[in-house]
Design a protein around this ligand. Structure first.
Ligand SMILES: Nc1nc2c(c(=O)[nH]1)N[C@H]1C(S)=C(S)[C@@H](COP(=O)(O)O)O[C@H]1N2
Ligand SMILES: [Mo]
Length: 411
């Protein structure tokens, strides 16, 4: 019995060795892994920080400041977040391609440390793949899952960053050894790391690559970089205006939509009907001391401000447009001001997460936060929020509430 088990184990070991041998081609050596790992590390850090910023804007923490200015700040951070996430796709796939031969070890784990190491890598790979996949699905508006995207994306981001930090700590000796290119001539250093590192079971590192192995390390890196570049070029135009005509890969493109501006959700999709927004429409304003209802012509009779402000969607597209309307704080003055509080903004749209938002006081106080009535000098299109919408500097698109119904000071 014991003999049988030993024989079976030896057979599995031979099989696993052969699999590793066949897949451990020269371009997959540690240097490739380190080069791709560095790029991935930078992209993960950029996505994490910009993601945290977006999360903070949507879930403000009392003791942390919010920044309405510069007006383009969120446009830049969120545009960067989505572009870095998209570029991550080929880099992540390249990195997995470079390291997967290491799955082939027998026995699969050799002790508690190996269990931890393999476990943390499973967590790293799993969270990275899911994080990037649901991000891409979300910007493509393919909501195939019924969990809250924002919550899952946020929690997984912490898991991913935690396992990246652990991974870097474990691999630090390798990362340092292969930070610079390994000398081409093995005689140039006494002990070329590529030959001595036990993780690289290559029986003869100097052998010529076989036909199947002929793809070079440089070729592999160029393939990854070219895919990343193509993705960047094909999507950057969704937020970088001069590149708009190249944005063939992005779901929303600047300039395309009513009044030359993209629409994320139309009035029809939001269940807002023409008769909800006809001449009887009024907006209820509840300030610190009183409440009033204003018709559209009453709003239009108040002093107007015109400003160039971006709509910056969390999904990464953004576009600056010229908005005209009444500064929110001046409308609130008619009802006794805010007494230092924020406001609740409610839409005519009855269902859905975007039908109401809370606006902290810094935005209410900003003279560029408008109850907008016009876009590019024309009356708002119904899909852009007619009769009136919020446009505030530096806020995520989801909070630029359309089809306003009421604005109340929080107390
Ligand atoms: N009431 C309401 N307001 C809304 C939305 C919505 O679905 N309902 N979508 C938001 C989102 S996600 C974005 S990006 C912007 C888009 O503005 P636009 O359609 O005018 O370009 O509006 C925001 N305001
Ligand atoms: Mo959005």
């Amino acid at each position: 019995m014991a003999g049988l088990t030993a024989a079976a184990s030896a057979r599995v070991e031979r099989f696993v060795d052969a699999a590793r041998e066949r897949t451990s081609t020269p371009p997959r050596r540690t240097r490739t892994t380190v080069v791709l790992g560095r790029a991935l590390g930078v992209l993960v850090a950029v996505c994490f920080l910009t993601g945290l910023y977006s999360h903070l804007l949507q879930n403000p923490v009392g003791w942390l400041p919010l920044f309405p200015r510069p007006v383009w700040l969120y446009q830049v951070t969120q545009g960067t977040h989505v572009l870095a996430g998209l570029v991550m796709v080929p880099v992540l796939l390249g990195k997995l391609w470079a390291v997967y031969p290491r799955l082939f070890t027998w026995p699969p784990v050799t002790g508690p440390v190996a269990v931890l190491e393999r476990g943390s890598i499973a967590l790293l790979v799993g969270s990275a793949l899911v994080e990037v996949a649901i991000g891409v699905m979300n910007i493509a508006q393919w909501y195939a899952f019924d969990f809250s995207f924002r919550r899952v994306h946020f929690v997984l981001a912490w898991v991913l960053v935690g396992s990246v930090i652990l991974h870097i700590a474990v691999k630090l000796p390798l990362i340092i050894a292969f930070w610079r290119p390994v000398p081409a001539d093995p005689a140039a250093t006494e002990q070329p790391p590529a030959r001595t590192w036990p993780e690289h079971p290559d029986p003869d590192p100097d052998r010529r690559p076989t036909e199947a192995e002929a793809i070079s390390r440089r070729g592999a890196l160029i393939a990854v970089a070219a895919s990343a570049g193509a993705i960047l070029l094909g999507t950057a135009g969704q937020t970088v205006a001069p590149l708009a005509s190249l944005a063939v890969l992005s779901p929303r493109r600047p300039g395309i939509g009513p009044q030359g501006l993209p629409v994320n959700r139309t009035a029809a999709e939001a269940g807002v009907r023409q008769r909800d927004v006809d001449d009887d429409w009024t907006i209820r304003i509840a300030g610190a001391t009183s409440a009033l209802a204003l018709s559209r012509s009453e709003l239009a009779a108040l002093p107007q401000t015109t400003a160039d402000l971006p709509i910056a969607c969390v999904e990464g597209w953004s576009q600056t447009a010229t908005w005209t309307g009444v500064p929110l704080r001046e409308v609130l003055e008619l009802a006794g001001g805010t007494a230092g509080a924020g406001v609740r903004v409610t839409s005519l749209q009855v269902r859905g997460a975007f039908s109401r938002t809370v606006m902290p006081q810094v935005y209410v106080d900003d003279p560029l936060t408008l109850i907008a009535l016009k876009l590019g000098g024309e009356e708002l299109d119904i899909d852009h929020g007619y009769p009136a919408r919020i446009i505030a500097p530096g806020r995520p698109g989801v909070m630029q509430t359309k089809w306003l119904s009421s604005i109340e000071v929080l107390r």
